[in-house]
Structure formats: structure tokens, C-alpha cells
Design a binder for this molecule. Structure first.
Ligand SMILES: [Zn+2]
Length: 177
């Protein structure tokens, strides 16, 4: 439990492999906090039950620097090929380790990818690369954007569903080192 002077209301998170986190505004009383926890107990348990490791990721199987190298190689090769098909140009590729994000595309043409994508099936990594490249044509997630993704990766819904299902486990993965 953490009190935050900036929080307007309480927020409860159940991160993968970590204790549940409750952030509460300063004005909230102990009794109110108790009742939030009481009310949400079954919800926390439900979240936990869904957090069963299924990807078979072993912590020491890969070091972060190896994974980052592999991520850079794979995303660069795919981006180079797909950028030509899509008729876009990007400036550079950045490999990041955000705990919430798979990829992003800056207005200046920098593509960022999470190194943990190398632990996902290749089609999933491929989808994220194509997704970000499509943002160079359409910066938002409008219907036009998804139509463009669909044209280049007709099975994109499967990859997105994979990320929704397994993403939290993958993002919680900590490599050796
Ligand atoms: Zn997007």
C-alpha cells in the first residue's frame, strides 16, 4: 500500500510475479482502505489465477544483452523489408525495455521495440514491427490504420490476441544479469 499526494482516487494493480499494489490518495482513511481491500479480495484472487506461467520462460535461459541483440537484428531485418513494401522510411530503431509497451513510433521516425518481443512467437514480433511501420502512414488507431494493417498482415487479430493473453507474463520477464 502506498499513499500518493497526487492520486485522486485509489488504484489497485496486480502485477505479474509481484505483490498486489494499492495506491491511495492521502485523504483516504484506514477504514476505507480496509473496505476496498475486502471488496476486491476475490478480484485480486481472480487476477492471480490467470497469472499462471504458460510460456515456459526460464529466467536464466537468456541474458538481457543477448536478447537485446537478437531483438535489434530481427526488428531491423523485418523493418527494412517491410518499410519498402509499405513505401515508408524510418530514421532509426531503438530497443527498449519498457514494462508496459511493445513498440512505438515517434513523429520523427524512430521506431522503438521492446526486447522481450524476441521471446514471443516470430509472427507476433513481425506484427508489432508492421504495426509501428503502418503508423508512419497513419499515426492514430483509426479505421484507416487497421485497414492498412489488415492489408499487410491479414492475421493481425491473432497476434494481437496473443499479446493480450500472454503479454503481461512476457512484460514481467526478467532476464539474468
Ligand atoms: Zn499503434
Amino acid at each position: 500500500m502506498r499513499r500518493s499526494p497526487r492520486a485522486r482516487r485509489w488504484r489497485l494493480e496486480v502485477p505479474w510475479g509481484e505483490p498486489a499494489r494499492l495506491t491511495v490518495p492521502r485523504w483516504m482513511s484506514g477504514t476505507e482502505i480496509e473496505s476496498v481491500l475486502e471488496e476486491r479480495r476475490s478480484w485480486i484472487e481472480q487476477q492471480r489465477r490467470r497469472q499462471v506461467p504458460r510460456l515456459g520462460l526460464k529466467r536464466r535461459a537468456v541474458s538481457e544483452s543477448e536478447a537485446r541483440c537478437a531483438a535489434r537484428e530481427l526488428t531491423s531485418a523485418l523493418a527494412e523489408e517491410e518499410a519498402e513494401r509499405l513505401g515508408v522510411t524510418y530514421r532509426r530503431i531503438r530497443i527498449g525495455g519498457q514494462r508496459t509497451l511493445w513498440g512505438s513510433c515517434s513523429a520523427r521516425g524512430t521506431l522503438s521495440f521492446n526486447w522481450r518481443l524476441v521471446l514471443a512467437p516470430l509472427e507476433v514480433l513481425d506484427y508489432v514491427v508492421v504495426h509501428e511501420l503502418c503508423h508512419l502512414h497513419v499515426p492514430d488507431h483509426s479505421r484507416r490504420f487497421w485497414a492498412l494493417v489488415e492489408r499487410h498482415r491479414p492475421a493481425w487479430r491473432e497476434q494481437r490476441a496473443w499479446l493480450r493473453e500472454h503479454g503481461p507474463e512476457l512484460l514481467a520477464f526478467k532476464a539474468a544479469e
